[in-house]
Design a protein around this ligand. Structure first.
Ligand code: FPP
Length: 247
């Protein structure tokens, strides 16, 4: 058992981790509080996870903050989530920048208020040249949406440049293009599904599911997920012998 973040070898550390931060509502209900109380506690868990990932040398952390389907939740809850996003961006921008973290927001922004869109742009610009970890917030994001928008961009590129579409790579047009390949996909809250998150990117990721509710997710849970990742034997479709020869 590894006792902390500093016990890992570089090769044990996933370059890119994605997290479905599930369980905020149940966490709040267990405490007889409104679901929104759980989302607020979820922001604290997120802050701790960002700092742990940066400390350990993860290159990119992508978190599912709001799915395309979350608009179907009660209006009040949607409003709280949007407001939390705005407040968190405002309060954390300087801290992210000071920690050399680059913020990127992926997803369809067209349904967000003008002020939220402007704030997102402002923090992305502020942190654009940072060379540390990339923090990617998926907001109004869906895996189907991502593949569709990438296909549209790729067709447009082919038309504009006369490059045959067969010579272009869809991956270059996904909202995660330029980020390292997704190594580890974590979902908290006990459900074992992908829920339309990073569908293309997940192709060779290791999947890790935990019953821990997101607001309770801490450094030790992250260590457990990375320990599990480092014990997996990744073959990427090849045989064991081929993998042994290439190392
Ligand atoms: C899922 O829990 C969580 C969400 C839909 C929102 C995640 C948001 C945060 C952690 C905080 C906001 C993030 C930012 C970037 C400011 P759930 O509500 O589905 O929980 P349940 O399954 O217990 O009902």
């Amino acid at each position: 058992m590894l006792d902390g973040l500093n016990s890992f070898n570089q090769s044990d550390i996933p370059k890119h981790i994605a997290i479905v931060m599930d369980g905020n509502g149940r966490w709040a209900q267990q405490r007889n509080k409104p679901r929104t109380y759980g989302h607020k506690a979820g922001v604290d868990a997120l802050r701790e996870t960002i700092e742990s990932c940066a400390e350990i040398g993860v290159e990119a952390l992508t978190v599912f903050a709001f799915s395309s389907e979350n608009w179907l939740r009660p209006v009040k809850e949607v409003d709280v989530l949007m407001n939390l996003f705005m407040v968190t961006l405002k309060s954390q921008a300087k801290r992210l920048h000071k920690n050399n973290i680059r913020l990127l927001v992926i997803g369809d922004r067209s349904r967000f208020s003008g002020s939220l869109r402007n704030k997102i742009k402002e923090v992305e610009l502020l942190t654009a040249s940072n060379s540390g970890m990339s923090l990617v917030i998926a907001a109004n994001y869906g895996g189907h949406w991502d593949i569709e928008q990438a296909a549209h961009k790729m067709v447009q590129k082919s038309l504009d440049s006369n490059v045959p579409i067969s010579k272009l790579n869809l991956e270059d047009y996904l909202s995660t293009s330029g980020l390292p390949t997704l190594d580890l996909f974590i979902r908290t809250g006990g459900e074992k599904r992908v829920s339309n998150f990073l569908l293309w990117q997940i192709a060779y990721s290791e999947l890790y599911f935990t019953d821990t509710l997101w607001p309770d997710f801490d450094k030790q849970d992250l260590v457990s997920a990375i320990e599990s990742f480092s014990s997996r034997h990744r073959r990427f479709g090849k045989t064991d012998e081929q993998i042994d020869q290439s190392t």
